[in-house]
Write a protein that binds this ligand. Structure first.
Ligand code: TXA
Ligand code: MG
Length: 330
């Protein structure tokens, strides 16, 4: 780390690809390895609240209150940055995203490096995030100097990114800390994807519409499993009449999902409808379906409450707006 190397390490959310945040050359390696565009800024990880806020030029009282409540943990705070943070880390923005991860290996690594670590998720840009060391190895392999194996991550989706403006918060990315939890402490506004993408909205340039994508096209349908199955039955009859081969469909479900001969592979995020369990299984499930060599993945919506917001955000981006099965079957 001190010599400018890169280390992949576990956090409670997903695995990160870390480098010394104060060394632009080291940070550049992260962008190269991930093939990440440099307009997408990185999160800086510190071992304590004190060290995290040392990187910020202003720390409003409300940021301290949130940090005390949620750190170490899955909350990233966006605050005005100090000069020592290289522009490459923040993509030239005047703010920096900071968080203290809640994982003994991550904390020990930062501690021993004696430097804050810039670390995005340890996956190629735009693809499914890694929740185990094996995922990192499969995705990045020897491009990384070292991979620390801390088993599977517990939360399984990335941290919540919250920009602090005055005594308010702006939610830039839903994640491990829920909107409901934040709103108990601070008024939080949300931004529409349009606002995030607009040229003025350099709020969070990395929050692209397409992200987290598996290799197989993923469709996030609006209907329930039952309704979709009914529609597929109609299509299947049509295909039979025309003598067309039926595609291999992988289903990504939540809650009740009976088996059907029309579906080749089924991964249930949580048959018991436990949304935290679903979040922790999400990326692993996408990878599993990818491996099963299906022609398309049909994902079903989860209730958009609590951690459900983060799960739906990831599914929407993984689908890149594909929410209608019709075009696939034409
Ligand atoms: O859970 C996590 O946050 C994981 C682990 C490794 O800590 N990291 C992670 O990093 O998800 P990454 O690079 O995949 O996502 C960082 C997000 C991006 O959407 C980026 O646009 C946003 O944070 N971000 C970083 N700096 C920002 C800033 N100064 N202003 C606004 N958004 C920022
Ligand atoms: Mg990422």
């Amino acid at each position: 780390m001190q010599k400018g190397g890169t280390v992949a390490f576990p956090t409670e959310t997903v695995y990160g690809l870390g480098a010394n945040a104060l060394d632009p050359k080291a940070v550049f390696k992260i962008f190269e390895i991930k093939k990440r565009p440099t307009f997408d800024p990185l999160i800086v990880h510190a071992a304590s609240m004190r060290e995290a806020f040392l990187l910020c030029s202003e720390v409003p009282e409300i940021a301290r209150t949130l940090a005390k409540k949620f750190w170490p943990g899955a909350l990233t705070l966006v605050l005005p940055k100090k000069q020592i943070i290289p522009d490459l880390v923040t993509s030239g923005l005047s703010t920096v995203a900071v968080r203290v991860p809640n994982h003994p290996v991550a904390l020990e690594l930062i501690h021993r490096a004696r430097r804050p670590l810039a670390a995005p998720s340890a996956n190629p840009f735009g693809r499914t995030s890694p929740t185990s060391a094996e995922h990192v190895w499969n995705d990045l392999g020897e491009a990384v100097d070292m991979i620390l194996d801390g088993g599977s991550t517990s939360i399984g989706v990335e941290s919540t990114v919250l920009q602090i403006q005055g005594d308010q918060g702006i939610l830039l990315r839903p994640g491990g800390v829920t909107l409901e939890e934040l709103r108990k402490i601070i008024p939080v506004s949300t931004v529409t994807p349009k606002e995030l993408e607009s040229s003025e909205g350099i709020l969070s340039p990395g929050l692209l519409k397409s992200h987290y994508a598996p290799n197989t096209p993923l469709y996030l349908v609006k209907d329930s499993f039952k309704e979709t199955l009914k529609w597929l039955e109609g299509k299947n009859n049509e295909f039979k009449r025309l003598g067309k081969p039926w595609p291999r469909i992988g289903a990504l479900c939540f809650g009740q999902a009976p088996k059907s001969p029309l579906i080749s592979a089924l991964v249930n995020l949580s048959p018991k409808k436990d949304i935290r369990k679903a979040a922790s299984e999400l990326f692993q499930a996408m990878r599993k379906l990818d491996k099963m060599e299906v022609d398309l993945i049909v994902a079903f919506p989860v209730p958009e409450m609590g951690m459900g917001a983060a799960v739906m955000d990831r599914l929407r981006k993984a689908s890149a707006g594909k929410n209608n099965l019709k075009p696939f079957f034409e």
